[in-house]
Design a protein around this ligand. Sequence first.
Ligand code: PMP
Length: 374
Amino acid sequence: MSTQNWHADRLTYLDPSGIRKVFDLAKDLKNPINLSIGQPDFQVPEAIRQKAVESIQNHFNGYTVTQGIDSARNALKVREGIQNTPERELILTSGTSGGLVLALLATVNPGDEVIILDPWFALYPNMIRLAGGTPVPVCTYPDFDLPVNRIREKITTKTKAILLNSPGNPSGRVYPIDQIKALSELAKEKGILVISDEIYSAFTYEKEFVSPFRFNSDTLVVSGLGKSYGFTGWRVGFAHGPKDLIQQMIKLQQFIYVCTPTPAQHAIPTALDCDITPLIETYKAKRDYISDRLQVAFPHQKPEGAFYLFLPVPIGWTGTSFVAEAIRRELLIIPGNVFGEKDTHFRVSYAASQETLEKGSRILLEIAKLPTPV
Ligand code: PMP
């Protein structure tokens, strides 16, 4: 008997990660120019590393309470402006992914619909399906704005939630305040939950980041610190929302993740005291460099946040064929169809050294000059 008989049916809901496919294509390259990575290229600030090491040395190595230690939760409540909001609760999660998993398992029933915006972060449709729900995509091409009227048209009696991500992966878009306000009011009017993935909130370059929570106090915010401080591997995430909902997420966490890694929890207040403005300024300079350099060959609106450019392929290419050509030239980027239904764009991560950005953008410009493929 094949061991494949043991595989659960739900695995068929998952698309194999397109990002993994790029890594497979690239595995024989000796020295790839990597503009595909979704994590910062800076070192974790020294004080934070020291605090985590100290926590291990001081024997904070066992479980904590499921929701996380008070010192970390209180520091996050202050950062999120909810320290005086008793009707809200906050849980530490295993990265932002852990928070999203708990949020969807706690709210989605079989048959429920969850609206997601195309292009989306690849985990969204997969997790919604795993929870038994149906992802309902709303197209946001070509400007990647928040199309509130198009969202309204997709709402049915089965709509349970709208999942937002601003600043966006892969779009880099930061939704303007008027669109966030209109969406929040629509959700309130229809009694629909807004789940707001705010993992990139620290990476905004000119426009102020606005959470839908500001306009709709029932919003479930899911976020994490890994990207902001460079410790994605420490699995530090958090979620805050209506108390009853967070209590259900705590109940689920008890059986799934148990708690956020303990030494990392102890480093959270130190992280929140660190000034990362200079790091964000560096990322703004990287964005300006690569966006300006690629603007003529790949016309796009300059992204206002996160650390990605989502660029249209030149005429005659698909996202997939363009990325295959880039990989032939040892440049790693991600095709747009990993993030949605269209295959017209590619994602560049500028979380890379200046040298890598220079080399990578030179190759992209060379490909753009090739004769149009048939
Ligand atoms: N949401 C978005 C939009 C992301 O881009 C990522 C990571 N690439 C995550 C969630 C997951 O982050 P974490 O590592 O904190 O689980």
